[in-house]
Design a binder for this molecule. Structure first.
Ligand SMILES: Cc1ncc(COP(=O)(O)O)c(C=O)c1O
Length: 437
């Protein structure tokens, strides 16, 4: 049975027979988090582990996982093509590793810091300031670091921007846009003004042909559909000046420059391009804040978070710290203009390999709107797909299986995927074709 940490804790603390084991588990988990040089004698650990009898899943996995020194060199790492959580820049992970136990002489880990202490305040402020630099975000916009994933924003946006009877427009170019639309129907009156469903989500509409509602409070798009690999290359302009453009940029956030001033709200889960899961970034024009529906939960009210600089309650501190390291890294690379060039190059060699395979590989997406981030492809002989994924994994290229709803393969090549990873994949694809073509 899955149990949240809080539930597990209350269960154990309320149960006399397991309380002792919980204390043991706590200390064992603590010890296991440190490199072997800091670990107390292994024999103690082993016997501690054996004595535990807690059966909830979190505890069970702690008891059965053997202690290992984590990989520390590049050669130990795989090329991870997962759609999210996704690969992070290795140098960022190394910085985090160096800071893990003692953040810059503070004597504690970022995980242990008060979110109201000066150390963490410096971390979140620097993260925000670096993100503002990266995306050239003006003072007219608030930047919020929230929780709940992009999925929570599907509800928060209508709750903050609309009354229950307000009309809003959705352009649905894939599964995520569709989910956003369905959630909005609980708190507003959304209308799908274009859907790519009948063409299996392989296209972006021609903006001139859209019939927008002049009274819509906002026009919603998903800037990059992670599952279908369809990406807006330009953005529609709302018909009415008062209608704002809202974009889910979860899977192409910070992958290229964006003119933020075109949008009322941009939101993104961090776990693809800028950090670990658990952080959701919302960039919102300040004049849109403060009109939430009365029933809006406090945690979904942008006003509360903006007034408290994302510190109304305990924020996802460690995730925000990691995002900050990624932002620093993107700035060190020369900013998003340079990052986009690298992303274009990686995508180009992968799409070229697919298109020049004489139909052995196929990408269903309209060429003009193919994503630079998520590259879905199929094999002319679908019976070979499982072997493709398995053999690639054997060569340290993992997570290439397509989303369960569409099948085939998908290579997610976010900012942190090195060019070498894509080159290795392309070489593998050619070899695989030579063997099976
Ligand atoms: C484009 C897009 N939007 C929304 C989501 C949902 O994000 P979360 O899992 O952070 O709620 C995802 C997740 O993969 C996504 O790719």
């Amino acid at each position: 049975m899955a149990m949240s940490a809080a539930t597990t804790q209350s269960f154990l603390l309320n149960n006399k027979t397991t309380r002792h084991n919980y204390q043991t588990l706590k200390s064992a988990t603590h010890i296991a988090a440190f490199p072997s040089t800091h670990v107390h004698p292994t024999t103690t650990l082993t016997s501690t582990y054996k004595s535990m009898s807690i059966s909830c899943s979190a505890a069970a996995s702690t008891t059965t996982t053997p202690l290992q020194t984590p990989p520390t060199t590049s050669s130990d790492r795989v090329f991870n093509f997962a759609a999210g959580p996704a690969t992070l820049p290795e140098n960022v992970l190394q910085k985090a590793q160096a800071d893990l136990v003692n953040w810059r002489g503070s004597g504690m880990s970022v995980m242990e810091m008060s979110h109201r202490g000066k150390e963490f305040l410096s971390i979140i402020q620097k993260a925000e300031s670096d993100l503002r630099t990266l995306l050239n975000i003006s003072d007219e916009y608030a930047v919020l670091f929230l929780q709940g994933g992009a999925t929570t924003q599907f509800a928060a946006i209508p709750l903050n921007i609309c009354s229950p009877d307000d009309a809003v427009d959705y352009i649905v170019t894939g599964s995520w846009g569709d989910k956003a639309y369905k959630e909005a129907a609980k708190y507003s009156k959304p209308n799908v003004i274009w859907s790519g469903k009948s063409e299996k989500y392989t296209k972006i509409p021609n903006f001139d042909s859209l019939v927008q509602n002049p009274d819509a409070k906002y026009l919603h798009i998903c800037a990059n559909e992670t599952i279908h690999g369809v990406e807006f290359k330009d953005y529609p302009t709302p018909l009415n000046e008062k209608t704002i453009l809202v974009a889910d940029m979860s899977s192409n956030f910070c992958s290229k420059p964006v003119d933020v001033s075109k949008f009322g709200i941009i939101y993104a889960g961090a776990q693809k391009n800028v950090g670990p899961s658990g952080v959701t970034i919302v960039i919102i024009r300040k004049d849109l804040i403060g009109n939430a529906q009365e029933s809006t939960p406090v945690m979904l009210d942008y006003k509360i978070h903006a007034e408290n600089n994302s510190l109304y309650n305990t924020p996802p501190c460690y995730g925000i710290y990691m995002c900050g390291l990624v932002f620093e890294d993107l700035l060190d690379q020369g900013g998003l203009v340079e990052v986009e060039k690298k992303n274009q190059k990686k995508a180009q060699i992968l799409y070229d390999a697919i298109d020049s395979s004489n139909g052995f590989y196929r990408c269903p997406v309209d060429k003009s709107v193919r994503s630079l981030m998520n590259v879905p492809f199929t094999l002319a002989k679908p019976e070979l797909e499982a072997e493709f994924v398995k053999t690639a994994a054997g060569e340290k290229m993992v997570q290439l299986k397509g989303h369960r709803s569409v099948g085939g393969m998908r290579a997610s090549i976010y900012n942190a995927m090195p060019l070498a990873g894509v080159e290795k994949l392309v070489a593998f694809m050619k070899e695989f074709q030579a063997k099976h073509g």
